[in-house]
Design a protein around this ligand. Structure first.
Ligand SMILES: [Zn+2]
Length: 275
């Protein structure tokens, strides 16, 4: 049995357990689903690049007609070398991704009817590792980047000048009118050499980065970001306030941080006091 014709792996995912049961009834159906995930445009031999329909050997290896090389469908996947039916793996995936309150190895063992707790534990950890996407922590979309100074007011210091305060770079994802995920880092100064690596570590390339007109952000476009600058007022930043009347729909990153850490000491807003 093959995956239904109108089913596109990578696009179509089962919505109910009944669909899991129907779609992945046999090992062959599971293998076909994986195969179309790996080669959506048809098989390409990883050894020689030949395209076309491979033979399937008795050991279920894909045999290339170009170079006679053989490829395992599951090599490099979490199913590699498994002795259990793929259908059982697919059910495990369904179970692990559909439990609101977390999954235990014991729960997985029970629901799959596995005789070994150790197998259930190994499967659960394999699945958990597979569910972690690289770069998952990076912010994306439109991200406001700003710096804020934490510490007492310093006499005779203005704007970005500081001797005793800690400078914290802030990146805040915009989420409608609110704020999404936030990344913070203590940086030694507000130069491009400090700010740019912070942005690169916190935000995916190509994202929209919103900043004020500070020169430390001038390298963002060259680094592959879409850089949007909002110059703060006609007399930039002398307002001395975190509130930013020129960005009515826009909570700035420092405010976002203050909101998230409202129980702690409120940061000063020197970054709005441009020198
Ligand atoms: Zn080949």
């Amino acid at each position: 049995m093959e995956v239904a014709k109108d089913l596109v792996p990578g696009v179509d995912y089962p919505r109910t357990f009944q669909e899991v049961d129907e779609w992945f009834r046999s090992d062959a159906a599971c293998r076909e689903y994986i195969r179309r995930l790996r080669w959506p445009g048809g098989f390409i031999c990883p050894h020689c690049g030949w395209t076309g329909e491979p033979w399937v050997t008795s050991r279920r290896l894909l045999h290339c007609r170009g170079c006679q090389g053989q490829t395992s469908l599951t090599a490099g996947t979490i199913f590699q070398d498994t002795r259990k039916p793929l259908r059982m793996w697919f059910m495990a995936m369904w179970y692990v991704t559909n439990q609101k309150n977390g999954v235990s190895a014991l729960g997985l063992q029970r629901v799959l009817g596995l005789s070994s707790y150790e197998t259930a534990w190994t499967w659960l950890h394999k699945l958990r590792r597979a569910m972690i996407r690289p770069g998952r922590d990076s912010l994306c979309g439109t991200v406001e980047v700003d710096e804020t100074y934490v510490g007492a007011v310093e006499k005779g210091k203005r704007g970005r000048e500081t001797e005793t305060k800690a400078i914290v770079a802030v990146a805040a994802e915009e989420n409608g009118k609110g704020v999404g995920r936030i990344r913070l880092r203590h940086i030694k100064d507000v130069s491009g050499a400090s700010l740019l690596p912070f942005v690169q570590s916190a935000v995916v390339p190509g994202a929209v980065i919103h900043t004020d007109g500070w020169s430390g952000y001038s390298g963002l476009t060259a680094a592959g970001y879409k850089h949007e600058v909002t110059v703060v007022g006609a007399n930039p930043g002398r307002s001395g306030s975190c509130g930013d009347a020129t960005r009515p729909q826009h909570r700035n990153a420092s405010q976002a941080m203050a909101a998230r850490h409202s129980s702690g000491r409120r940061s000063t807003c020197a970054s709005r006091l441009l020198p």
